[in-house]
Design a protein around this ligand. Structure first.
Ligand code: ADP
Ligand code: MG
Ligand code: MG
Length: 212
């Protein structure tokens, strides 16, 4: 993989916006089982907000960090639910170690994802097993922490996404300890956490863009 430029991130955000439309009803269904049924709507509103401004943002912000930061701020401001501010933090913080850069290496990109995941955890204070998006993110983070530069980037990122997906699967038998599903107690058992589903799928968009 060559260096990842600003266009890679613009295309990824566009891909995430497309995904949010495609999965809107599915995520909303998951959230109506154990939440208030708005997760798909929330993400669709948030990423539509980014799409409304993406060309302007790309033009006005020469560097990757500013582009991601402003996109995150849109998610934070447009979305009322829990996931908006959490994903907002992810994008607002992910480029923080690399200000003023117009391209990053694959390892630096992984470090950006690590920073984003840490920001989600800092904001939401969820731990592994609380039945949230953190249950998907943490198994992925563990792989990133063990990444060796000698590994093939594309197959590594595939396994990153697979680990997140398995983390989401693992939320199904759990009782929730954070978020709205907490109120359901044992009635949450047997249902996938919606945010764990959207998070692996959003990271999968990066995977698809890496392969282009
Ligand atoms: P709301 O619950 O406010 O309606 P959404 O439906 O958009 O917001 O998002 C719900 C998702 O947010 C949950 O499925 C869960 O994955 C995630 N979530 C909720 N609270 C937390 C938290 N404290 N930390 C991490 N993720 C959380
Ligand atoms: Mg909800
Ligand atoms: Mg809500």
């Amino acid at each position: 993989i060559n260096k990842l430029d600003k266009q890679f991130f613009v295309d990824s955000l566009k891909g995430m916006a497309k995904l949010s439309e495609e999965q809107r009803d599915h995520w909303t269904k998951l959230d109506s089982d154990i939440g208030d049924g708005d997760h798909g709507i929330n993400l669709s509103i948030g990423f539509r907000g980014i799409m409304d401004k993406i060309d302007q943002l790309a033009e006005e912000n020469p560097d990757i960090n500013s582009l991601l930061k402003k996109s995150g701020m849109i998610l934070l401001s447009k979305v009322g639910g829990a996931a908006g501010p959490l994903y907002g933090s992810f994008f607002m913080k992910m480029g923080g170690n690399y200000p003023d850069r117009t391209e990053v290496t694959f390892s630096e990109f992984l470090d950006m994802i690590r920073t984003g995941i840490e920001a989600v955890q800092f904001r939401g204070k969820a731990e592994l097993g609380d039945k949230t998006m953190i249950d998907a993110f943490l198994p992925g983070l563990k792989l990133i922490n063990d990444y060796q530069e000698s590994e093939d980037p594309l197959s590594f990122f595939d396994s990153f996404v697979r680990a997140m997906r398995a983390g989401s699967d693992a939320t199904i038998p759990l009782v929730a300890k954070k978020g709205r599903a907490m109120r359901l107690g044992e009635r949450a058992i047997g249902h996938r956490d919606p945010g764990s589903d959207s998070s692996w799928m959003l990271m999968n968009v990066f995977d698809q863009e890496l392969k282009k």
